[in-house]
Design a protein around this ligand. Structure first.
Ligand SMILES: C[S@@+](CC[C@H](N)C(=O)[O-])C[C@H]1O[C@@H](n2cnc3c(N)ncnc32)[C@H](O)[C@@H]1O
Length: 204
């Protein structure tokens, strides 16, 4: 005869089986996040798509001093080339964010073709609404005013030692880069996120 513990176990199991179809709806993540994504632009882009030349991407990821444990973000990722290059070279996890669904579709296809689709994820999202707390490297090719608008977010969300590397545009005189260089006519700017205690004086 079944004892109380066996019965409780059986009831719990049958309860789980009954609840199983509801579980995705109860969790915070949809079962297939891609299916829930917008297929059209939600609002006007803050900057048009212009790709960073591959040789500049290669130098940017070298300047970021990427280690295999880094998590690399590209805000406004276009065709995904920055996080794809980092994944290919360093085996890093990457996240590319772009508000344009067409770019994200292209980026996912490129990641698959490059054989790094298990390492990189692409999201249709507004970079100003993205959660950057897990990023240890952030790559950018935007515009000066967009870099400056992102600055408070970097100060609030990025951990000390995280690197921000921007193609062509700086963050204004209030936050000079830790180093910068020229590659032909392209500029590369590198910031290393300071300790939390030192951020007050830079946070304008
Ligand atoms: C200059 S392109 C850079 C593409 C890529 N990072 C590269 O360097 O090759 C900027 C990208 O930002 C995207 N974008 C513009 N506004 C955005 C926003 N608010 N949130 C996310 N992406 C945005 C555009 O769709 C475009 O693909």
């Amino acid at each position: 005869m079944a004892n109380a513990a066996t019965l409780r176990g059986a009831l719990a199991l049958s309860g789980l089986i009954l609840l199983a179809p509801l579980l995705p709806a109860l969790g915070s993540e949809p079962a297939n996040p891609e299916a829930a994504e917008p297929t059209k632009l939600k609002r006007k882009l803050d900057v048009w798509y212009v790709a960073t030349p591959h040789e500049v991407v290669d130098r940017m990821i070298d300047e970021a001093k990427i280690r295999p444990t880094d998590i690399v973000y590209d805000l406004g990722c276009g065709d995904g080339r920055m996080v794809i290059a980092a994944a290919k070279k360093f085996g890093t996890i990457g996240v590319g964010i772009d508000m344009d669904p067409a770019r994200i579709k292209e980026a996912r296809a490129n990641a698959k073709a490059a054989g790094v689709d298990k390492l990189v994820t692409f999201r249709v999202a507004d970079m100003f609404e993205a959660d950057l707390r897990e990023a240890s490297v952030v790559l950018l090719y935007l515009l000066p005013e967009l870099n400056r608008r992102l600055k408070p977010k970097f100060f609030a969300e990025l951990r000390p030692g995280a690197r921000v590397v921007s193609h062509d545009f700086d963050m204004g005189k209030d936050w000079p880069p830790d180093r910068s260089l020229k590659l032909g006519s392209d500029g590369i700017y590198v910031w290393i996120m300071p300790p939390l205690a030192e951020r007050g004086r830079l946070k304008k």
